[in-house]
Design a protein around this ligand. Structure first.
Ligand code: CO8
Length: 295
């Protein structure tokens, strides 16, 4: 337990120094504040438009480990309190990938203490994203399974690149179960019937299939994803912010409160569940299948 928490605190301090808008390490351009971080989350704040672009940057697949989730959470907290920030685009710095979801190695042969710390970091990142006052849009320029799909669904709007990329909550295929709050977000996004099918089958959808069930809002060629997001943002930013935020909060509060009221229980459940022999065996087989695919 001690090691990861110490690591997190160093990371947190380092990141807080970097993202302070007036801080010495922020590289200023005419319109952009580039929060060049030592880690895996890049924040580029356009001070003219008030739009921040947050890029996951953990090649090759942006799998979400404790450090990435902690950095993401801190970046979101900072943007939330930055009065000049009106919107946030969640994107990827890794070509062909939005995010491969949770880092499976955080869940395989890990200690219960590390599992709890990891899960708390995921909870916090999600609470910050789903509960954000900002207009949030996902620019999905690649694959987005499992935790990647959760992040995308937690934004207000999703634009996905057409082609070979897939999105969905595929947990059952790993022999694990999507937590209740993943389910809640999917229910709020695509409704009960589609969620039942999607979750039981661990379905991964092409961009067109995702569009047809409402999992994403627009599908465009890869090069058009960012321009489309920027165009859509203009519509959202025309709406009076206070009215939009109250509406968003009222729509999402019940789901957020459900996790907030049982964070520790949920983290403990995760640590116990993931360390079951049967679950570890399934994860081991899944990791082997990923490696086999490559060979
Ligand atoms: N975690 C860790 N490593 C990963 C992950 C991951 N999620 N995904 C891929 N990798 C690794 C691969 O093993 C490979 O490693 P190496 O180079 O050492 O062999 C490397 O990343 C590159 O992967 P690929 O060669 O497969 O890359 P491709 O570009 O061909 O494919 C994909 C990209 C489509 C994303 C593919 O890697 C893939 O399908 N990955 C698995 C995605 C997945 O199933 N994620 C599920 C994670 S579980 C989750 O997010 C929610 C869990 C909730 C738990 C609830 C319990 C109660």
């Amino acid at each position: 337990m001690a090691a990861p928490m110490r690591g997190m605190s160093v990371l947190r301090q380092a990141f807080q120094g970097l993202v302070r808008p007036s801080g010495g390490q922020v590289c200023r351009q005419v319109q952009h504040r580039c929060y060049s971080t030592p880690g895996h989350v890049q924040v580029d704040m356009n001070s003219e438009t008030g739009v921040a672009t947050v890029r996951l940057n953990r090649p090759p697949v942006n799998s979400l480990n404790l450090d990435v989730l902690t950095e993401l959470s801190i970046a979101l907290e900072k943007l939330e309190t930055d009065k000049s920030c009106k919107a946030m685009v969640l994107a990827s710095a890794a070509p062909g990938i939005f995010s491969a979801g949770l880092d499976i190695l955080e869940m395989y042969q890990s200690t219960p203490e590390r599992c709890v710390a990891f899960w708390r970091a995921l909870q916090d990142a999600w609470l910050n994203l789903y509960g954000s006052r900002l207009v949030t849009m996902a620019a999905i320029e690649g694959h987005s399974p499992a935790g990647g799909c959760l992040l995308a669904m937690s934004c207000d709007y999703r634009v996905m690149a057409e082609g070979k990329f897939q999105i969905g909550l595929n947990e059952t295929k790993l022999g694990i179960v999507a937590p209740f709050w993943f389910t809640d977000v999917m229910l709020n996004t695509i409704g009960h019937r589609e969620t039942e099918k999607a979750l039981q089958l661990g379905a991964l959808y092409s961009a067109q299939q995702a569009l047809s069930i409402g999992l994403v809002d627009k599908v465009v060629p890869l090069a058009e994803v960012m321009p489309t997001v920027e165009g859509e943002l203009k519509n959202w930013l025309q709406i009076p912010a206070a009215a939009r935020v109250i509406t968003k909060t009222s729509m999402r509060k019940a789901v957020l409160d459900r996790l907030r009221s049982q964070k520790e229980k949920d983290a403990q459940f995760f640590a116990d569940f993931i360390n079951r022999d049967s679950v570890q065996k399934s994860l081991g087989m899944y990791i082997a299948s990923l490696q086999k695919k490559k060979n």
